[in-house]
Design a protein around this ligand. Structure first.
Ligand code: HEM
Length: 360
């Protein structure tokens, strides 16, 4: 997601956004994919202490995979596992040129391999995923001799890399904070589970249930607020001279908005440094939106995956909490669970283990 790369080219951002919409971002198709993935994720959660990082990252990567390539991968597919750990590594060391080159190299290999198979079986009438749409558009532009073709092989690799790096670690980190916070605050977990049982029973939770789950919705928003998963926006460039407060910024200057100033703003939040779902509830327990909730940033360059991410976080979180109770490993108390974030461009919790006890 670098400024000189391609998302800053309007045509590429537009293509990614409209293709994501075509593939059901925020719609029922995406919901079905996510619910199917929940089924796979549930299978690998364990009663004995385990690190939530791998399974959760595989699940969120598979959502991007099915949108981009048209198919998901098994969690034990070694090439897929390698791709996921490269993406994680690259995000935590974002900005280190060597790491970006290494990610490009691994991703190019992975994409080229998968691309080869998709090219062989490409049917211009059917788009299985974003890659097919890109290839069809590329061919069309080449056939009509379009000048300054943006649909190049290099931009395809960047598209895929951007979606994997922006869309997997962020969502996975949010979910991991969620599970950790549930284990740390069992009374809040009790209330989420009580609401889920009352509203959905043992039925699969769907997006349309969200309006009847105000407490759970508030908890998810509070996880995103306190988690502060993306503390800095990506680099932007000022399109004109501007004075912000007393600072003059010349047109063409690279600026990086610090989103982290918002979720802990003492003038906006009653208890900015505490996990407090009431930030998003009124006195009657109804969910309330807050203007200072901006985890996806704002403006023209805001996150293009917001509706997909919101759907993923809601469905993964509710289906996991319906089936499991999350507790600290034996010998570790709730107080011992450490909320110090890891270091990186996106900030997941520090490495930790949890136990997932079946509720059924
Ligand atoms: C909870 C999960 C997520 C969070 C918190 C998040 C947050 C953000 C933030 C803060 C930005 C920077 C916006 C700016 O610079 O102003 C961003 C950019 C971006 N996000 Fe997300 N995101 C999430 C999930 C996703 C998903 C699932 C996708 C893909 C489908 C995605 C794709 C992107 C892309 C491509 C950009 C770069 C946009 C550009 O440069 O114009 N994100 N995201």
């Amino acid at each position: 997601i670098h400024e000189e790369h391609y998302m800053s080219k309007k045509q590429m951002r537009r293509f990614a956004l409209s293709t994501l919409k075509d593939f059901g971002m925020g719609k029922r198709v995406a919901e079905e994919k996510i619910l199917e993935e929940c089924g796979h994720l549930i299978q690998v959660f364990e009663r004995k202490p385990f690190n939530t990082s791998h399974p959760v990252n595989y699940a969120t990567s598979n959502i991007i995979s099915s949108i981009v390539f048209g198919s998901r991968f098994d969690y034990d597919d070694l090439r897929f596992r390698n791709l996921v750990s490269r993406v994680n590594e690259s995000i935590s060391l974002f900005g280190t040129t060597g790491i970006q080159v290494s990610l490009m190299f691994h991703l190019s290999n992975f994409v080229n391999n998968t691309l080869g198979k998709l090219k062989e079986t490409l049917n211009p009438q059917i788009c299985r995923g974003l890659v097919d749409c890109f290839l069809i558009r590329k061919q069309k532009d080449e056939d009509s001799c379009v000048k300054d073709i943006q649909f190049t092989e290099e931009n395809l690799i960047f598209t895929v890399m951007n979606l994997f790096s922006a869309g997997t670690d962020t969502t996975a980190a949010t979910l991991r904070w969620g599970l950790l916070l549930m284990a740390k605050y069992p009374q809040i977990q009790d209330q989420v589970q009580e609401e889920l049982t009352r509203v959905a029973g043992s039925h699969e939770v769907h997006v349309e249930d969200r309006k009847n789950l105000p407490y759970t919705d508030a908890v998810i928003h509070e996880i995103q607020r306190l988690g502060n998963i993306v503390p800095m926006a990506v680099p932007h460039k000022t399109s004109q001279d501007v004075t912000i407060q007393k600072y003059f910024i010349k047109a063409g200057t690279t600026v990086i908005p610090l989103l982290t100033s918002v979720p802990y703003d003492e003038s906006e939040w009653e208890s900015p440094h505490t996990f407090n779902p009431s930030h998003f509830l009124d006195k009657e327990g109804r969910f309330i939106k807050r203007d200072a909730f901006l985890p996806f940033s704002a403006g023209r360059r805001a996150c293009i995956g917001e509706s997909l991410a919101r759907m993923e976080v809601f469905l993964f979180f509710t289906s996991l909490l319906q089936r499991f109770r999350f507790i600290p490993p034996p010998g570790v108390s709730e107080n011992d669970l450490d909320l110090t974030p890891a270091v990186g461009f996106t900030i997941p919790p520090s490495p930790h283990e949890l136990c997932a006890i079946s509720r059924q």
